[in-house]
Design a protein around this ligand. Structure first.
Ligand code: NAI
Ligand code: MG
Length: 495
């Protein structure tokens, strides 16, 4: 028998599965213990806590829990660097550092992507293809502005604000760091940044990049810790501006704390975005957009398309296609290149998702979850769709921040707008239709900072991002993203 004949006699495999395709961890060299990065040096922390991998619950390292004294030291270092050179450096010189940081991020992208997935739980294909390229792009983009501020704001004499305190969440750790640090430095400010307690490691690895780029000591300081560290930073009298991304509750508390202090503030908070599908939309593309809208990054996305609004005449067809598509999503090891949905970021977040899904069932919505085998250790949630959802249900009102979609229907464009805007939030929205005029009309009607048309969750450093209502205020990205980090002569006259 020839080889070919033998092969033809083999039984056809009854099941087609993917072979494991894990990305190697060998590129990483984790330390056992990390301190705070203050004045270009590692400061030995007074207290530490373990940071884990949410996919395995394995301890990755001990990191510092900064006390208010340690926050003091970081602010002092930032003030020193601001006054001793950074703020008076020509923009073209500041740009060189930012370009360098961007290029080093590109060179070390694989290392950062592996660490981001390991510490945060997101699939490697996302950290590799989304988080890292966008983080580098953000530094490249703002490097370009550093020597052109006079042209960006003609006759307004832009000047840096001073020392910025920056507090970021755990859903896009390195990308949020880039959104905060790149414009601040381009405008001549220095910063103290606090990563989220569950995902400090890429920010700590970024300190290596700062040293490699020979950024002057104290221009960027990183302190790790939980909300109490964040609160100490907010309260600190040496801080001139706070930039916060996180929950609406904490955003409100920060706003109260800062009232009357004269500190500048930008808030990027939660969302409950509507993804609106009209009956003339290309349905297969729309289904991909729905999946990308809510299952990308396990739904831990402030602008996630968590409320699906489908025109009634096509709702059955769309929901059928969606359910079929969900059965093909691969949930599991974040470091596997074939994984679509990774681990839930923390036990706390898993509990929140579980509680809201339970509430959805009790309120009377119909739940669908595809058959799915979850790993035994770690934090996981099966991609979920709720149909028969009423606007009053908690799952239609509250931010779940997990892989859970609530489906509602509408008949007319007016009804779609009314339902889409029926939320205390206003961060983003999606519109799927073949009609250009309807896209423009919808974009005008929707009270949302970003409206995507026939796509979803697309990001670009040149485009401003931010919300209405309880989603916060201020814009990040684009030329708009420079303004929070500048003061203008006219402001001295209250203008
Ligand atoms: P959070 O708002 O408590 O945490 C975000 C950041 O703020 C972290 O760095 C945290 O340490 C810090 N922080 C906490 N309390 C603080 C305080 N009093 N003063 C200053 N900083 C403080 O968000 P959490 O508890 O992690 O998540 C709760 C919910 O918030 C999520 O389920 C989700 O709905 C929403 N969220 C929204 C995000 C967004 O991108 N808009 C990001 C993270 C969470
Ligand atoms: Mg919290």
């Amino acid at each position: 028998m020839t080889d070919l004949e033998r092969k033809q006699r083999l039984p056809v495999p009854s099941e087609w599965t993917y072979a494991p395709a894990p990305e190697s961890r060998d590129v990483l060299q984790l330390r056992e213990r990390y301190g705070h990065f203050v004045g270009g040096e590692w400061l030995e922390p007074k207290e530490t806590y373990p940071t884990i991998s949410p996919a395995t619950e394995e301890v990755l390292a001990e990191v510092g829990q900064a006390t208010s004294e340690e926050v003091d030291l970081a602010v002092e270092a930032a003030r020193g660097a601001y006054e001793n050179g950074w703020s008076s450096l020509p923009g073209s010189e500041r740009a060189k550092y930012l370009f360098r940081i961007a290029r080093i991020l590109q060179e070390r992208a694989r290392e950062f992507a592996v660490l981001e997935s390991l510490n945060g739980g997101k699939p490697i294909k996302e950290s590799r293809d989304v988080d890292l390229p966008l983080a580098a792009a953000h530094f490249f983009y703002y490097a370009g502005w550093a020597d052109k501020l006079e042209y960006a704001f003609p006759n307004r004499k832009p000047k840096p604000v001073g020392v910025a305190g920056q507090i970021i969440p755990w859903n896009f750790p390195l990308l949020m760091l880039s959104w905060k640090i790149a414009p601040a430095l381009a405008c001549g400010n220095t910063v103290v940044l606090k990563p989220a307690e569950t995902t400090p490691l890429t920010a700590l690895l970024f300190c290596d990049v700062l040293r490699q780029a020979e950024l002057p000591p104290g221009v960027v300081n990183i302190v790790t810790g939980d909300g109490s560290t964040g609160a100490a930073l907010v309260k600190h009298p040496g801080i001139d501006k706070i930039a916060f991304t996180g929950s609406t509750d904490v955003g409100k508390a920060i706003q109260r704390e800062l009232a009357g202090t004269g500190k500048k503030l930008t808030l990027e908070l939660g969302g409950k975005a509507a993804n609106v599908i009209f009956d003339d939309a290309a349905l297969d593309q729309a289904v991909e957009g729905i999946v990308n809208g809510i299952y990308f990054n396990q739904g831990h996305v402030c602008c996630a398309g968590s409320r699906l609004l489908v025109q009634e005449s096509i709702s059955e067809a769309v929901i059928d296609k969606l359910k079929r598509r969900l059965t093909t999503l691969r949930v599991g090891d974040p470091l596997d290149k074939n994984t679509d949905v990774g681990a839930i970021n923390s036990k706390l977040q898993l509990d929140k998702i579980t509680e809201l899904v339970q509430a959805g069932k009790e309120e009377g919505a119909e739940i669908y979850q595809p058959p799915c085998r979850l790993p035994e250790k770690g934090y996981w949630f099966v991609p979920t769709v709720f149909t028969n959802v009423a606007q009053s249900y908690r799952i239609a009102q509250e931010e779940i921040f997990g892989p859970v979609l609530s489906v509602l229907t509408f008949r007319t464009p007016e009804e779609a707008v009314e339902k889409a805007n029926n939320t205390p939030y206003g961060l983003s929205a999606g519109v799927w239709t073949e009609k250009g005029s309807r896209i423009l009309w919808m974009a005008q009607q929707l009270k949302a900072g970003v409206v995507w048309a026939n796509t979803y969750n697309r990001f670009d450093p040149t485009s401003p991002f931010g919300g209405y209502k309880e989603s916060g205020y201020g814009r990040e990205g684009g030329k708009h993203g420079l303004e929070p980090y500048l003061t203008f002569d006219s402001e001295a006259f209250g203008g």
